[in-house]
Design a protein around this ligand. Structure first.
Ligand code: ADP
Length: 258
């Protein structure tokens, strides 16, 4: 493959994923937003040379969006496989990002594909499809406070090999930011130090922690000549909070670092 995705291995995720592949087991990846879940799945799909079908889940997502539906064409109606069915038929990885957003009746459609049966019944065509041997189901979600309430049915989650991702260790995160944004390692390191301080704050109310993704945005702006204070304000602070007092406290942290 020519344009390989860049992915820095953080822990034992590569090894565990390979074992899951070997045994045709589905994988669940938990972790905060922007910590590298999607990039990892893209990287693994390339390593395995399997097509990747990614679906961003939302609360209007129906089973038909995943499985397929009849469409009307010039010659009448025809059946079109959805991404899950296509991956199962052709042997690819189907990645359902933020699965917790999907309705429970939609996730139930995954059950027969994610256990030993590896089949899916397409009610609308009457077909029972047995998944290709290279089919793999991967799902992810962010176990934030809001999502803990929504939850994932135990009957769904207990079908997966599950691993937790976090933000990378400081030196790894700095090299990711340097690679992705083009800034030098020292400036990337400064951004990581700022992020580490923000992630440590417990006395202010942030709904989410600062992600590697946001630090990359700030790095890109620094690279194109944006002053550090502004890059941090617009790429790190504003996306994190709407509270003027929190914004001020975070700006003071920025001033301490840059
Ligand atoms: P998630 O799916 O967890 O929300 P992404 O996989 O989209 O997050 O990661 C956000 C960005 O952070 C990626 O586009 C990539 O640039 C960078 N990134 C995060 N972790 C890594 C990593 N381990 N190796 C390489 N890039 C990473």
């Amino acid at each position: 493959m020519n344009s390989q995705s860049y992915y820095q291995i953080q822990n034992d995720e590569y090894e565990i994923f390979q074992h899951a592949v070997q045994h045709r087991l589905p994988v669940l990846i938990k972790g905060p937003t922007g910590c590298g879940k999607t990039r990892f799945v893209e990287y693994m799909a390339e390593q395995l040379e399997r097509p990747l079908y990614t679906v961003s889940c939302h609360d209007d997502l129906t089973a038909a969006d995943l499985l397929g539906r009849h469409l009307i064409g010039p010659d009448g109606t025809y059946w079109q496989d959805g991404p899950l069915t296509r991956a199962a038929r052709e042997g690819g990885i189907c990645y359902l990002d933020e699965i917790i957003e999907a309705r429970k009746d939609t996730t139930v459609a995954l059950h027969s594909l994610s256990d030993h049966r590896r089949t899916v019944h397409l009610e609308r065509t009457g077909e029972t499809l047995t998944a290709h041997e290279d089919f793999m189901l991967v799902v992810s979600y962010n176990p934030s406070y809001q999502n803990l309430i929504k939850g994932l049915k135990p009957s769904t989650r207990q079908r997966f090999v599950a691993m937790s991702f976090g933000y990378p260790e400081a030196s790894v995160e700095a090299s990711i930011i340097a690679h992705e944004s083009g800034i030098d390692e020292a400036s990337a390191g400064q951004l990581v130090k700022l992020a580490t301080d923000i992630r440590r704050l417990t006395d202010i109310d942030l709904t989410a922690a600062v992600s590697t993704r946001l630090l990359i945005y700030a790095g890109k702006m620094l690279k194109s000549g944006c002053p550090a204070r502004k890059a941090c304000l617009y790429c790190v602070i504003e996306p994190l909070t709407d509270e003027p007092t929190t914004r001020q406290s975070l700006l003071r942290l920025v001033d301490a670092h840059f």
